[in-house]
Structures are given as structure tokens and as C-alpha cells.
Design a protein around this ligand. Structure first.
Ligand SMILES: O=C(O)CCC(=O)C(=O)O
Ligand SMILES: [Fe+2]
Length: 346
């Protein structure tokens, strides 16, 4: 998450809206090997699949806070490029989801057009695993910043993955060795612009509820609007959707479906969506920034805990992602939270 500076420039998140009970864990304590902090990461990743990571007090964390501040500025300019520029760099679905997605391309739960645009910048091009995707000049000028943010984010992801593997009694590199940033994957940096919601008819979902496909997502929010579904509740129950309150200096971390698959269901990927920002915040356009980490393209999706034997055991990450994307396209995918059983911690 960004520093205090960006939070001071927006209306405050109201005190009276129900928020999700998301734990905050400090990066500095994780890096120092604090056992209680490591245990809270595991608990959070089993109970809610979401936690806040406080970057303050850690040298890398402070660098990332500054990078996020800069990228919020750059990201706003990029998302506000003229439509005729963005149109030149569209998604090429289903082959590639890199580039810009225009507003309204997807639907929400109520079959209304979505209210957001995104831009996906692939890790492979940034780290020279493959040629760079075609990009507008403005993005080119910010490539050093994006690349630095990606590498730093990947270091944080690796810290979390190592802790999760160790807590589950697996070899510490079990998860990291299947998502090396130097290997081709679907990992992206994502910029999102969800449009302001000034009118009565705008008080609805901007991005449909979903779970992330990949392993770990690092998300920087300043305006509220992200909601997570309370575990055990139905997505149709509006009372069960709880806002995540963004906190200065903290990243929102959530697990995706690949971690559920690898952990044989022990870890949780939880449904979330973008709703209109609460209170006075809804009158602002909402920008967010994320790194969505995916397994290496050729990684096996075999479960690494328990008996295994599920239908996806023999797929590579790439085959698995294509299968999931096709199911979403056919709209027969059930968008529900996955995984999250209790575990005996070693
Ligand atoms: O912008 C946000 O807060 C959430 C975005 C999200 O869930 C996604 O891009 O997968
Ligand atoms: Fe998401």
C-alpha cells in the first residue's frame, strides 16, 4: 500500500461500514524469523486467504512503499491515456491477457457491464524471459520503475511462500521453486481503474466476484471498494460481503487457486470483488495496483500434500490456467472460495 501521503489526498474510509477481520502481519517480523508472525500468516491463509502485510520498519518494505507511491502517479496517467492509444494495445484473448481491457467487456453478477478497465504488464517481458509486449511510449518511460517494483514484490512473495511451506511441514522451497520469476509464467503487474460511482445506479459491483488463479497476489489499495466474502456464506448474501479497509504502508495479500491446488486444499483462496467505495470515497475514480503471481508455465499442478488424485493432478500450470479460463468463458465455473482446512502445524 501507499504511504500516508496518498491517503491524505482522499476522503477518509468511513468508520461505520462493516469491514472484514483481516489480520495485519509485519514484514520486518517475518524477515527476522518471528515464529508468532509466521504462524499468523498460516492462520490467515487458512481462515480468510487474506492478510495485510505492514511494510513499514523493513528496508525493502520502505522501498516498496515509495515505489507504490510513484506507480500510483504513473498508473493514473497510464489508465487515463486516450482511448485511441489504449485501443492499440488490447487483450488478445484467450491467447494473452496482457494489455488493456476496456470498461464493460465483462459482466457483473447482475449481467450488467463491469465498471473497470485494467492493464496487464507481463513479468516475462520485463525480465527478458520473452520479448517485451507491445506498449505505449508512456509505459516505456516507466519500465525501470515497474521492473524494480516487480523484483521487490517477488522477494516479498518468496518470503511468504517460504514461510507457508515451512509452516505446512514442506521443504521451504516447495512453493518458490515452482514459480521462479526467471521462468515463463502468466505473472503480471496489473493497474486497475474502477470508475467513480456518483449516481444511484452506480451503487453496484464494478468487478465481478472471483478468486485469483495464481499463487499470491500483492495488492495496493488507497480507496476502499475491495470486498471479501465471509467464509461459509453465499455470494448472493449481500450482508456477507465485507469491505477491506486499506491501511497506509500495508499491502493486501491474498492467495489464489494454485496454492489451494498445491496444498491439497489446506490453504484458502477467498472470493472477492470490487464494489463502489464507501461513503464520500465513491465520488472518486479508484486506482489500484497489483502483482498477480502465477506458477511457472511448465510447473506441475500435482498436489504436494496428502493423497492427491484430483482431476487436475497431471496438468501443467499453463494447461490448468487455460482450462480454468475456458470454464469462465462458458460461464459454467462456480465462483466460490476454495480450500482452508485446519492443519497440524509442525
Ligand atoms: O482492485 C482491487 O482492489 C482488486 C482487484 C482484483 O481482485 C483483481 O484484479 O484480481
Ligand atoms: Fe482478484
Amino acid at each position: 500500500m501507499a504511504s500516508e501521503k496518498l491517503f491524505e489526498a482522499i476522503p477518509a474510509f468511513p468508520e461505520n461500514v462493516p469491514t472484514a477481520p483481516v489480520h495485519t502481519v509485519s514484514l520486518a517480523s517475518l524477515v527476522s524469523g518471528d515464529a508468532t508472525a509466521a504462524r499468523s500468516v498460516l492462520d490467515a491463509c487458512q481462515e480468510l486467504g487474506f492478510f495485510l502485510l505492514d511494510l513499514r520498519g523493513d528496508a525493502l518494505g520502505n522501498t516498496v512503499i515509495n515505489e507504490i507511491d510513484s506507480l500510483f502517479g504513473a498508473g493514473q496517467d497510464i489508465m487515463n491515456l486516450p482511448a485511441e492509444v489504449k485501443e492499440k494495445y488490447p487483450h488478445d484473448l484467450p491467447k494473452s491477457f496482457l494489455g488493456f481491457k476496456p470498461r464493460g467487456l465483462a459482466k457483473t453478477e447482475t449481467n450488467e457491464p463491469d465498471r473497470f478497465e485494467w492493464f496487464n504488464l507481463g513479468q516475462d517481458g520485463l525480465l527478458n524471459n520473452t520479448p517485451l509486449q507491445p506498449l505505449p511510449d508512456l509505459v516505456h518511460t516507466h519500465l525501470p520503475l515497474f521492473t524494480s517494483f516487480l523484483k521487490h514484490g517477488q522477494t516479498i512473495v518468496s518470503t511468504i511462500n517460504t514461510i507457508l511451506a515451512s509452516q505446512l511441514g514442506l521443504a521451504p522451497d516447495t512453493f518458490t521453486s515452482r514459480q521462479l520469476p526467471t521462468k515463463p509464467s502468466g505473472t503480471v503487474i496489473r493497474l486497475i481503474k474502477a470508475y467513480a460511482c456518483p449516481e444511484e445506479e452506480d451503487l453496484r459491483t464494478s468487478m465481478i466476484h472471483h478468486t485469483d488463479f495464481g499463487t499470491i497476489t500483492l495488492l495496493a489499495n488507497v480507496l476502499g471498494g475491495l470486498q471479501i466474502l465471509a467464509p461459509g456464506k453465499a455470494a448472493t448474501d449481500e450482508q456477507a460481503w465485507l469491505y477491506v479497509r486499506p491501511k497506509p504502508g500495508c499491502l493486501i495479500v491474498n492467495l489464489g487457486d494454485a496454492m489451494v491446488q498445491w496444498s491439497g486444499g489446506l490453504l484458502r483462496s477467498n472470493c472477492h470483488r470490487i464494489k463502489y467505495p464507501p461513503g464520500e470515497q465513491r465520488f472518486r475514480d479508484r486506482y489500484s495496483l497489483a502483482i498477480l503471481v502465477r506458477p511457472e508455465r511448465d510447473a506441475s499442478m500435482r498436489s504436494l500434500v496428502g493423497e492427491g488424485g484430483g482431476e487436475d493432478e497431471n496438468l501443467t500450470a499453463w494447461e490448468w490456467e487455460v482450462k480454468k479460463a475456458m470454464a469462465l468463458k462458458r460461464a459454467d465455473a462456480v465462483m466460490e472460495s476454495k480450500g482452508g482446512k485446519p492443519v497440524a502445524v509442525v
